[in-house]
Design a binder for this molecule. Structure first.
Ligand code: NAD
Length: 335
């Protein structure tokens, strides 16, 4: 099948080419993001492959459908950036990679917890400058601390498993209780109790209307002073301005973000020679107790291999008219 693969970096090309065994599909790699303007590149392709920061709004979907695209293969688990109503109306088939390596994201969340707690990001710079003083680097034992996991699906459950190994007490909040988490001794509680009791809160739920700005002024008021907030899920789960206030007041004692509300204009690109215009983001960078990574939690060899192999298998299923387990069922999705 002829596939227009948008928004590709060298690592995407490497892993997708390796997964496309025997050149079964004709993959044409484009560097630009998919937008209304670049949709012209999709002309003559029955399939388009896109990533989390491509623009998949109604106009762009309409434009690619008009050019003959029938399949949209996402190289991501999340599909909150796709206008599902438009995709349904246009009769586009939407495939995704629901699970590639929950370990990659869970391990990154824990890396953020450990770095923030033990101030590894600051210690690294100090030692390079010959400053071996310990003032300001005081951490705490994770053993015995209470961690609240919001969203106990695949990634939340692995995060819980790792933190269980550290001897943490586990609280959970989800619309379903995960038996694997219950087996670890996780106690499911309502959100206000989770916020009031947790030393660390880690977000692992999807971005849906119910979870938009889940962490805002009201939630922050309920939190334990000095708590640590980790978000490796989706930026819009957090009201960044409210969190900035929480950092200034000290309620939020540590903040680890791999995702950010307005990340589309920043992440995945080298902007080191440009002036960043986003003042809310720049303010976050001034706090010593904030650690930000640019949506890299998924970025492990295992995850990239899995994403590429599943994407190729999804495209093959579509081409051969087989039912694909990774197809998004528009009837089931609440938007
Ligand atoms: P999953 O579907 O296995 O788990 C999500 C869990 O959230 C489910 O248990 C679901 O019941 C729960 N949930 C649904 N609505 C909720 C609500 N209103 N409140 C609380 N919980 C709710 O998904 P997953 O594979 O564990 O991924 C979790 C999230 O991680 C994804 O939605 C995605 O946004 C994010 N993610 C980030 C990266 C990254 O690189 N930073 C990579 C992959 C996934």
């Amino acid at each position: 099948m002829k596939v227009a693969v948008f928004n590709t970096k060298s690592y995407d090309r490497t892993f997708l080419t390796a997964a496309n065994v025997g050149g079964q599909h004709e993959l044409v790699f484009f560097e630009p993001h998919l937008t209304l303007e670049t949709s012209v590149l999709a002309a003559g392709f029955p399939a388009v492959c896109a990533f989390v920061n491509d623009c998949l709004d109604a106009k762009t979907l309409g434009a690619i459908a008009e050019k003959g695209v029938r399949l949209l293969a996402l190289r991501s688990a999340g599909f909150n950036h796709v206008d599902l109503a438009a995709a349904k109306d246009l009769d586009l088939t939407l495939l995704r990679v629901p699970a590639y390596s929950p370990y990659s994201v869970a391990e990154h969340a824990v890396a953020m917890i450990l770095s923030l707690n033990r101030k590894i990001h600051r210690a690294y710079n100090r030692v390079r400058e010959g400053n071996f003083a310990l003032d300001g680097l005081l951490g705490f034992d994770l053993h015995g601390k209470t961690v609240g996991i919001v969203g106990t699906g695949k990634i939340g459950a692995i995060t819980a498993q790792i933190l269980h190994g550290f001897g943490c007490r586990l609280l959970g909040y989800d619309v379903f209780q995960n038996p694997d988490c219950l087996a670890l001794g996780m106690e499911y509680v309502a959100l206000p109790e989770l916020f009031a009791t947790s030393d660390i809160v880690s977000l692992h739920c999807p971005l849906i209307p119910e979870t938009y700005h889940l962490i805002g002024a009201e939630a922050i008021e309920q939190m334990k002073p000095g708590m640590m907030l980790i978000n490796t899920s989706r930026g819009q789960l957090i009201d960044t301005k409210a969190v900035t206030k929480g950092l200034k007041s000290g309620i939020i004692g540590y903040l680890g973000l791999d995702v950010y509300e307005q990340e589309t204009d920043l992440f995945f690109e080298d902007l080191s020679n440009q002036v960043i215009q986003d003042d809310v983001f720049q303010r976050l960078l001034t706090f010593p107790n904030v650690l930000i990574t640019g949506h890299q939690a998924f970025f492990t060899e295992e995850a990239l291999k899995n994403i590429a192999e599943t994407t190729i298998a999804n495209i093959t299923d579509f081409e051969q008219g087989r039912p694909c387990p990774n197809q998004i069922d528009f009837a089931q999705v609440k938007k």
